[in-house]
Design a protein around this ligand. Structure first.
Ligand SMILES: NC(=O)c1ccc[n+]([C@@H]2O[C@H](COP(=O)([O-])OP(=O)(O)OC[C@H]3O[C@@H](n4cnc5c(N)ncnc54)[C@H](O)[C@@H]3O)[C@@H](O)[C@H]2O)c1
Length: 449
């Protein structure tokens, strides 16, 4: 389906009507691109699987200081019958040598959070597109540096926020663009996921066994748990904020103006350790990160956003989305939609199935077979594909550096708000006024970008 046909399908809200001149950055499109990977732990290897399935990608180099990660990674190449990539290892900055490989077009970064900023800055200086896993930087200054470096080098930077491509999230985007919810008023979302079995393990099983973290543990328990000890704020805002950016046209006719955050007491992680291993030293630690961190954000156009970080308590998974306008709303916790005068019964929820079938996003309709089997219900295929297509077409990425830092900077801002007794924090305008005239370019059609 062409962009024009998709737009014709319904009444599109004013904000999204003016469509994308996604200017080509460079002249020559590429049929095939070469990728380098920094960090091939669980997530990096999931992106490796995506790459190995495609004929338009050659993974030429990987970097990881940990032999166990490299070993699993090699097995993936052998199984796929593809040539082994060049390996860089031995130190935390071994990635710098990988960046020296001229023929690499783009870098996928899936290392621990504390390394993303410097690795991305170096990659852009080396002339590479950057596709970086969630969390762009740690401090406010680092987020500004990423913007400045992308502007200076002309290299696109994309946070690989997969939830932007979740099927229901995109169906709701389609519905909102067709005016079903009326004028949008309020959004909710967050990271609400019991991560206790990820934040601790026994050094042998990835999930659900043991109460160790740090050097004696595996995968994210090696490094991520320390953030829960050291920082009190919304330390993972992007799963909720990413989709809201698209619904509310943030940085594209709208922007976040200020936020305030609240943090509950922190009991969940210690209670988990105590239950599994009574008396263990890790049950006595002072975890700084509140169990439920709630952040409220104002938008320039008058909408409000509520984000939640809730990963330390027993709870079923739900990102808690709510998209609400003058004519109706979607809430994903109870999988329900209500549209005034269109829902079956007045003031009663409809199930989402019929609505989502009718308003399935054209991108999902076109590529659902390819996405089948990809991580997180298929959305991982879409986010990876969007990045790869931008590199091949030598275009700006659909989630660009401004969008990326806007999602990620919520962490240091929320931290500061909490540290100052819930004081409001001004949201930086990373676009320096360009948000007024920039247009939303995200998934306007089924082209994959
Ligand atoms: N979007 C999602 O759904 C999703 C899911 C899981 C993880 N993630 C993100 O992916 C990233 C990686 O998470 P993970 O689960 O793969 O963690 P992981 O611990 O399994 O993997 C991290 C890898 O990075 C390597 N590493 C450490 N320091 C490095 C360095 N200086 N240079 C290169 N490699 C280095 C480690 O040895 C390890 O192999 C994080 O940002 C995480 O938040 C996103």
């Amino acid at each position: 389906m062409h962009r024009r046909e998709f737009i014709k399908q319904g009444t599109i809200t004013a904000a999204s009507l003016t469509v994308i001149p996604t200017a080509s950055l460079f002249a020559i499109k590429k049929e095939k691109i070469k990728l380098g990977y920094i960090g091939v732990g669980l997530r990096g290897r999931s992106h490796i699987s995506e790459g190995l399935m495609r004929d338009d990608i050659e993974i030429v180099a990987v970097c990881d200081p940990q032999e166990s990660s490299l070993k699993y990674c090699r097995e993936q190449f052998v199984k796929a019958g593809k040539p082994l990539p060049k390996e860089f290892t031995g130190s935390l900055d071994a990635y710098k040598k990988l960046l020296d490989i001229k023929e690499i077009d783009a870098i996928i970064i899936a290392s621990p959070w504390q390394f993303h900023y410097q690795q991305a800055i170096d990659a852009m200086h080396a002339g590479k597109y950057v596709g970086c896993e969630v969390i762009a930087g740690i401090t406010l200054e680092e987020h500004w540096d990423l913007v400045k470096t992308s502007e200076l080098t002309g290299m696109p930077y994309m946070t690989l926020e997969n939830v932007c491509y979740r099927r229901d999230v995109m169906a709701v985007l389609n519905m909102s663009r067709q005016g079903l919810f009326g004028e949008l008023i309020h959004f909710e979302g967050g990271y609400q996921h019991n991560l206790r079995g990820v934040l601790f393990n026994d050094g042998q099983h990835f999930y659900g066994h043991g109460v160790e973290f740090g050097a004696g543990a595996l995968s994210e328990a090696q490094w991520r748990t320390q953030f829960n000890i050291d920082r009190d704020g919304d330390i993972y805002p992007t799963h909720g904020a990413g989709p809201v950016l698209q619904y509310a046209n943030i940085n594209r006719g709208n922007r976040f103006t200020n936020l305030v955050s609240f943090s509950s007491k922190a009991r969940g992680l210690a209670a988990y350790v105590e239950e599994l291993a009574p008396g263990n030293k890790n049950a006595k630690l002072n975890y700084k990160n509140g169990d439920v961190v709630t952040t409220m954000i104002n938008c320039a156009n008058g909408e409000t956003v509520m984000l939640s970080h809730d990963t330390h308590l027993p709870r079923p998974y739900s990102l808690g989305f709510r998209v609400q306008g003058t004519k109706g709303l979607w809430m994903d916790v109870n999988k329900s939609v209500y549209i005034d005068h269109q829902s079956k019964n007045e003031d009663e929820w409809d199930g989402v199935d019929d609505w989502f079938k009718k308003y399935d996003h054209p991108l999902w309709k076109k590529y659902e077979n390819k996405a089948e089997g990809a991580g997180h219900g298929g959305m991982d295929w879409f986010v990876f594909n969007a990045f790869v297509e931008a590199v091949k077409q030598q275009k700006q990425t659909p989630i660009d550096v401004y969008d990326s830092v806007t999602m990620s900077v919520i962490t240091p801002l929320s931290e500061k708000s909490i540290a100052e007794g819930n004081m409001p924090q001004q949201f930086p305008d990373f676009t320096k006024g360009k948000w007024n005239s920039r247009k939303n370019v995200f998934a306007l059609d089924d082209s994959g970008l």
